[in-house]
Design a protein. Structure first.
Length: 370
């Protein structure tokens, strides 16, 4: 009688086939999310469409105070996105909430800061692979010692794309109509589908400072714009541009280079349309705001004076209709606001200078006594 002495090998093969069958069953039961951009965009848009409706309903039910909590909208979004993925037979483990991405760690005053990505969509089988990073508009409150702003969060997303920390990046802006108008510097909220932003020094300081290339600028493409009196919601796709941060270049030259491609369409008098002049003045004010945020007060003051001249030319030479009057009045509010911020910054600099001078004189008097 002949015996099969290779039964152990056959048993191993059978067990291997069983394991493969189980893996195929698990994969069919909880398949990975797609890493295509179309999938992530549609999932984010479907989630935010439902999110806007639910938050508006919450506000109408008297839950407006909950919006002051940084994590309220994030929690609502997590509930919706996991529900939608469950309907697609996806595993909820593919959604990480407040994920500490190791590529975002940076050093601040001898403290290692670990920024959090609000929501990370990932593949989990056979290994963890980040696909899409989603960040929401939040304040720094509750995230100390980390700091957060719209521009710095967008810069982080651009950095993650640059460093292949994920494939796609989305930023979700939420706020009131007044906040949206103030951000756009327009009473009637123009829809610019694609914009660019420069990464300023204060933003770069919140990125990893370990010699890796940092983005010098990024583009933000609006893929959703929901506006209502209760809540406004925008979704931006964030992508880095092929400009890199150079610590040897100061913010003055950085902003000059960033705005070098911009040419004014309607420089004052002539046959230019009022709408074009308003757009030029708005862009000039946005530049002034960038210089103020970069603490470049002298440059901001000089640029504001030029913008004021353009504004006076427009309102005195042109005949404005009611809509254009509304826009010009709103731009005047921004002129006044930026002028006050510049005055406050100059006054603070003078006080700091006089204080340091007084301290030096006091030190000289103390030394003269000995």
């Amino acid at each position: 009688m002949a015996y099969n002495l290779d039964y152990r090998d056959e048993t191993r093969k059978e067990l291997s086939e069983i394991e493969k069958a189980r893996a195929r069953h698990d994969a069919s039961k909880f398949p990975n999310i797609s890493d295509s951009y179309q999938y992530s965009e549609q999932l984010v848009k479907d989630t935010c469409l439902a999110l806007h409706g639910i938050i508006v309903q919450d506000i109408k039910l008297g839950k407006k105070e909950l919006l002051k909590d940084n994590r309220f909208i994030q929690g609502r979004m997590y509930e919706i996105i996991t529900y939608l993925m469950g309907r697609q037979d996806k595993d909820v483990d593919q959604v990480q909430l407040e994920y500490e991405h190791p590529k975002l760690q940076y050093l601040k005053e001898r403290t290692i800061v670990k920024p959090k990505v609000d929501i990370m969509l990932s593949k989990v089988k056979p290994q963890w692979i980040p696909v899409s990073a989603i960040m929401l508009r939040k304040t720094s409150r509750g995230y100390e010692p980390d700091e957060r702003s719209v521009r710095s969060d967008m810069a982080r997303l651009a950095f993650l794309i640059l460093e292949r920390g994920c494939r796609w990046a989305f930023y979700i802006w939420t706020g009131t109509v007044d906040e949206l108008q103030w951000m756009d510097m327009s009473k009637h909220v123009p829809v610019d589908m694609k914009n660019r932003d420069a990464v300023l020094t204060r933003d770069a300081e919140l990125l990893p400072n370990v010699g890796k290339p940092l983005p010098g600028s990024f583009t933000k493409t609006m893929i959703m714009n929901r506006i209502s009196k209760e809540l406004c919601l925008r979704v931006y796709r964030i992508e880095p541009e092929m400009t890199f941060w150079n610590e040897q270049v100061d913010d003055v030259d950085r902003l000059k280079q960033f705005y070098s491609g911009y040419k004014m369409k309607a420089p004052g008098y002539g046959t230019w349309e009022v709408s074009e002049q308003i757009q030029d003045i708005r862009r000039q004010l946005i530049k002034v705001r960038d210089y103020v945020e970069a603490d470049l007060i002298d440059h901001a003051r000089a640029m504001l004076m030029v913008t004021k001249v353009l504004f006076i030319d427009m309102v005195t030479v042109k005949d404005l209709n009611s809509r254009e009057i509304d826009e010009s009045d709103y731009l005047k509010e921004h002129l006044t606001y930026l002028r006050e911020r510049i005055k406050e910054a100059i006054q603070a600099a003078k006080e700091a200078s006089s204080s340091s001078s007084s301290e030096e004189e006091s030190d000289d008097d103390d030394r003269s006594r000995y």
